[in-house]
Ligand binder design. Structure first.
Ligand code: FAQ
Length: 329
């Protein structure tokens, strides 16, 4: 009689559960539940849309930046955000989503992008507030996403976080220069953070108790830290930085919780958040109009790139290329 010590074969779901349990990464070739795939496509594509819509408020200020150096920095930042959108669309494509479909959903108003980009950037100080607060909130969220369970998303986040750190510092530096400038410049910096601080807190999503996706996304380790906890961490980071800038935190009800050792923000106007999500924010219509126009105006670039790629594949291989292949083989 023979006995076998081999474990019985595990089904796909068990293999997936074990990967999540072990804190390993799920890769495109791995089996995954349909709902896990759908959640990732939703979150990653919303994230990608946020990056490209997020180019608009700052792009509007490139021609008005106060010096050549500031212009060059702002151009580089806006370009980085476009690049982040591309890494993220590529990550979503590894899940079987098509880039055209994702963009169609955005242009049809069926896909979300971050609420923050529906507010106007009124003065040069807003470039400081966006870099410092908006990129700062994005980093706070994205550092946690570097450990998300889906490999291509986690790896995109590592690179994106590095670039966002530079963005945050340049925003801080713009505000520091203004805050230490004339009385009028100092006031301009204060006015900008007054307008951007609360919308930045909303970037982390609704309170945990009202977040329909959190429980399952945390169980799948797509989200590693809850919306409220990330918001508190961000507030805690802001406290000493506001002080360093010499600016006042626009939250009279902010309090330090001795028990948890964390800063607790005052009430947030969630009605305003829901209005924006329903498409009725200050600039929702304008942002979408500009996005659709940019897509239409860019059609010739996509056509030219596709024609070039086609030519490259049709062109006979240059002499020596076959040798090269043999060597490589
Ligand atoms: N805006 O159940 P939850 C950046 C939606 S990158 C709009 O809590 P979830 C860089 C949510 O999608 C900024 N919609 O949802 C930059 C869900 O919609 P559903 C973008 C929001 O997914 C800087 C519903 O509400 N970052 O700024 C928002 O578990 C400067 C229920 O909410 C990311 O996308 C919101 N703020 O958690 C670029 C990070 N919050 O189910 C240019 C990745 C929630 O109807 C210039 N995403 N919703 O489709 C995430 O971490 C998550 O998706 C959360 C929301 C935390 C945003």
């Amino acid at each position: 009689m023979t006995t076998t010590t081999e474990a019985p074969p595990r089904d796909d779901q068990q293999v997936f559960d074990a990967l999540i349990e072990a804190d390993s990464r799920v890769e495109p070739r791995d089996w995954m539940p349909d709902a896990y795939r759908r959640t990732l496509v939703r979150q990653i594509s919303q994230h990608a849309h946020s990056e490209i819509i997020g180019m608009q408020p700052e792009a509007n200020w490139i021609t008005r930046a106060p010096s050549l150096k500031r212009k060059a920095i702002l151009i580089a930042k806006v370009q980085d955000e476009g690049g982040h959108g591309l890494y993220l669309y590529s990550a979503a494509q590894t899940l079987g989503a098509s880039r055209e479909d994702m963009l169609d959903q955005l242009h049809a108003g069926k896909a979300r992008y971050s609420s923050i980009f529906n507010y106007p950037a009124r003065t040069w100080a807003d470039m400081g507030a966006i870099g410092w607060l908006v990129d700062g909130a994005a980093i706070c969220n994205q550092v946690a996403l570097c450990r998300t369970s889906y490999g291509p998303y986690a790896r995109a986040m590592v690179r994106i976080c590095k670039e966002e750190s530079f963005h945050q510092r340049q925003g801080f530096e713009i505000l520091l220069a203004l805050s230490r400038g004339t009385e009028e410049q100092h006031q301009m910096a204060q006015d900008a953070v007054d307008r951007w601080y609360r919308p930045a807190l909303m970037m982390f999503g609704p309170p945990d108790a009202e977040s329909p996706n959190s429980r399952q996304s945390m169980a799948w380790k797509i989200k590693r830290v809850s919306n409220d906890e990330l918001r508190r961490r961000f507030v805690g980071m802001c406290v000493p930085q506001f002080e360093a800038l010499g600016l006042t935190m626009p939250d009279p009800e902010l309090r330090f919780d001795e028990e948890t050792g964390q800063w607790e923000p005052g009430p947030i106007d969630w009605d305003e958040f829901h209005e924006i999500l329903a498409g009725r924010g200050p600039l929702n219509a304008e942002r979408m109009r500009r996005r659709r126009a940019a897509h239409d105006e860019g059609a010739w670039v996509r056509d030219a790139a596709a024609a070039y790629a086609r030519k490259q594949t049709e062109r006979p291989a240059p002499a020596g290329a076959s040798n090269h292949k043999e060597v490589a083989a």
